[in-house]
Design a binder for this molecule. Structure first.
Ligand SMILES: Cc1cc2nc3c(=O)[nH]c(=O)nc-3n(C[C@H](O)[C@H](O)[C@H](O)COP(=O)(O)O)c2cc1C
Length: 350
């Protein structure tokens, strides 16, 4: 069992606690996002000072049966400046154990298990949020995995299956007893999917009773909100997903190391392009670049027309030329706010 989490002095953006979490760069972490937090994206967010980096969810079956594409998903970039975790999903405990050496050899610092995925295909196999329906089984499952893998184990969960089945407290205890390093909580139930708002009161309550570090997650759209909730809920760190897509400078803004700025959007896209190059073919490079350009453009005047134009461009070079022109044209406008009223990417695997 882990030693109780050491409380962090407040306000404090530095790493805290003991064990693995003490090695985090800071307390503002990148959330795992399927199709997004691949190796080059993680490297970019490392350069943007994210406190911990977590991969998209990776299939243990894909790794076990040697899919080259899946193997690529667990690659860790050279000399990471902070902890890198690989998030796995699989059917039985043996699936996780069978691939753990591969993950360790890739250079990851920890393995994260997805207990929050609401997607039917995943649930049907008893994975993702389905694992939260039976905390006693979950404890045995995690304990068995923990004993047989060479890396520290962490989990990311939701608050429960639905509002009548809020098992988060019991599941946190299961993770604690199994020897996990921390629990990240996306403050919604499986049934909520991405609707409504993350329940930070419940996250705070769970944190106050937990002897294991708790990482809060959900709807942190600005640095000020992230800092506020870190301080008011007492969580050990916060995880930011969609907010970092719209504002990749958010981690620096949270730690007040560098306020970031829109004038850097072109630089960021060019750097992303360089990082994508060794991993993906032209089609995928162009697709990933277009997506980031679109996220960065949200909220600026002319963003809709820009999005239309960018989606018709076939090469990454054409995308970069168009984005240069667009971001130069809006350079005098303050960085747009990611407003609470906006629906943005209301779906995902956790
Ligand atoms: C496109 C997308 C993909 C996601 N994929 C994953 C995933 O692979 N694993 C996971 O645990 N959570 C995944 N999530 C959930 C996020 O990690 C996070 O819990 C959720 O988006 C709420 O945080 P946010 O409001 O900061 O985005 C995904 C979310 C989105 C939007």
């Amino acid at each position: 069992m882990n030693s109780p989490a050491t409380p962090c002095p407040e306000p404090n953006t530095s790493p805290c606690g003991t064990g693995l979490i003490a090695r985090a760069r800071n307390r503002f972490w990148l959330a795992p996002m399927a199709g997004i937090t691949h190796t080059p994206f993680r490297q970019l967010m490392d350069e943007m000072d994210a406190g911990v980096l977590i991969s998209e969810l990776v299939s243990t079956k894909g790794l076990r049966y040697a899919s080259g594409k899946t193997r690529q998903m667990i690659q860790v970039h050279a000399a990471p400046g902070t902890l890198v975790g690989i998030q796995l999903f699989g059917e039985g405990a043996e699936d996780y154990i069978a691939v753990a050496d591969q993950v360790a050899e890739a250079g990851a610092h920890f393995i994260d298990i997805n207990l929050g995925c609401p997607v039917k295909k995943v649930i049907k196999k008893g994975c993702g949020a389905a694992l939260m329906r039976d905390p006693a089984h979950l404890e045995k499952f995690l304990t068995h995995i923990r004993k047989h893998i060479p890396l520290p184990l962490t989990v990311k969960m939701r608050t429960g299956w639905n509002h009548r089945e809020l098992t988060v407290r019991e599941c946190v205890r299961a993770a604690e007893n199994a020897g996990c390093e921390w629990v990240a909580i996306h403050g919604r139930t499986r049934e909520q999917s991405y609707s409504g708002w993350a329940d930070w009161d419940l996250i705070a309550e769970v944190k106050s009773a937990a002897a294991i570090p708790i990482i809060g997650n959900g709807d942190l759209r600005s640095a000020s909100k992230a800092v506020e909730l870190l301080e008011t809920t007492g969580v050990d760190a916060v995880m930011i997903g969609r907010g970092a897509l719209r504002n990749p400078w958010i981690f620096r803004q949270c730690t007040a190391e560098n306020s970031g700025g829109k004038e850097l959007a072109n630089h960021l896209l060019r750097r992303y392009y360089d990082l994508l190059a060794p991993y993906f073919d032209n089609r995928l490079k162009t697709m990933f670049l277009r997506k980031m350009a679109m996220w960065l453009a949200f909220g600026y005047p002319g963003a809709a027309a820009f999005r239309r134009d960018v989606f018709q461009l076939a090469t990454a070079h054409a995308v970069l030329e168009t984005t240069d022109a667009f971001f130069d044209s809006v350079a005098h406008i303050p960085q747009p706010v990611f407003d609470d009223s906006e629906a943005f990417m209301m779906g995902g695997h956790g």
